[in-house]
Every structure is written in structure tokens, then in C-alpha cells.
Design a protein around this ligand. Structure first.
Ligand code: GNR
Ligand code: NI
Length: 178
């Protein structure tokens, strides 16, 4: 098991469309384990493989209070949706930024589990939001895409400042003085 690096917006690799998993093999299971360790230590309630630079259609979610209900969705598809809800979203790839986003209230998801078997489940509330947020990642989308251009520009500026704070390397300093 390993904690993986999480790509940070606006990294262009977050714009890739993830490929369907062809076979749920040991490599995919090892990826799921590493993703879980990465999500729990962040800490976050969801993670898409693309966020750790693996462009495959794998997402994990745990919305429990005590990190006891890991859910794994491989090749997830939303097959039904109903209603609307808006909650304040955050993203491990957009650190320290939170904003309300409109999503479907209740969804039905079809996916493969860790055994490679097909299953279907209904989700509402936070779980439903999280699944929609993660599937967006697989399609190269980030929650800030739903915000106004003004908010997107503010977020980009904030992340640029954060990056300078976090990594005061020679190259980052050069970029400022150019
Ligand atoms: O940790 C996360 N919290 C969260 C809160 C509200 C709506 C969605 C999320 S998902 C996010 C983890 C993440 O970035 N997943 O891609
Ligand atoms: Ni996210």
C-alpha cells in the first residue's frame, strides 16, 4: 500500500478522459488499495483514479464518519437521475476551495465491484453528490467548471499563491521575477 500524489488543478492531466477498465485484475485491486490509503490520509470522502494520474475508470467513496464504509465503483455509469440538490463541494485536487454546486438529488448507478461483478445501487444526498463528482473526474471535469468565470479566475489566483507558498523552489521564484 502507498499514499499517492494527488494532481492539483489546473493540471492538464485532470482533463483526460479515463479509459474503461477491461479486467478487474490484481493491478486494479492494488490501485484501489493505494487510492483508499491516499483518500483516508488526505482526508477526503472520495477519489477518482485520474486524480492520482491513472486514467482508468475507477472511483472510491467513503462518506461514513469513521472511515468504515469504503465503496468501490469500477466503470460506473449513472442510469437514472431524479430531482436536484445543492451542497457545498470541495475537491482534493482544488485544495481549500469550497463552493455550492447543483447536482441530481437521487441517482441509480451501475458499476463493477472489486470482484468484477456488475451491481446497481441507488444513492441520495451526500453519497449521490460524491458519486456525481467522481464520475465527472473520469470525464475530465472538475467541480469548478460549474462556477462562474469570475469565481474560476479567483480560484486560479488562489491556487497560484498556494503553490508558491508550498514549494518555494528556485524555479517558482524565477517565475515571479520574470
Ligand atoms: O473530499 C471530498 N469532499 C467532497 C465534499 C463535497 C462534495 C464532494 C466531495 S469529493 C472530495 C474528494 C474529491 O476530490 N474527490 O474527487
Ligand atoms: Ni474531486
Amino acid at each position: 500500500m502507498a499514499v499517492l500524489d494527488i494532481l492539483v488543478y489546473p493540471d492538464p492531466r485532470l482533463r483526460e478522459i479515463a479509459e474503461p477498465v477491461v479486467r478487474v485484475d490484481d493491478g486494479i485491486l492494488a490501485l484501489v488499495d493505494d487510492m483508499a490509503e491516499t483518500m483516508y490520509q488526505a482526508p477526503g470522502i472520495g477519489l477518482a483514479a485520474i486524480q492520482v494520474n491513472v486514467p482508468q475508470r475507477v472511483i472510491i467513496i467513503d462518506v461514513s464518519k469513521d472511515q468504515s464504509e469504503l465503496r468501490v465503483f469500477i466503470n460506473p455509469q449513472i442510469v437514472a437521475r431524479e430531482g436536484n440538490q445543492e451542497i457545498e463541494e470541495g475537491c482534493l485536487s482544488v485544495p481549500e476551495v469550497f463552493a455550492p454546486v447543483q447536482r441530481s438529488e437521487s441517482i441509480v448507478v451501475r458499476a463493477l465491484n472489486r470482484e468484477g461483478e456488475r451491481f446497481e445501487t441507488r444513492a441520495e444526498g451526500l453519497l449521490s453528490v460524491c458519486i456525481q463528482h467522481e464520475i465527472d473526474h473520469l470525464d475530465g471535469k472538475v467541480f469548478v467548471d460549474y462556477l462562474s468565470r469570475l469565481k474560476q479566475e479567483r480560484i486560479l489566483k488562489r491556487l497560484q499563491k498556494q503553490a508558491k507558498r508550498a514549494v518555494p523552489t528556485a524555479s517558482a521564484q524565477d517565475a515571479v521575477t520574470l
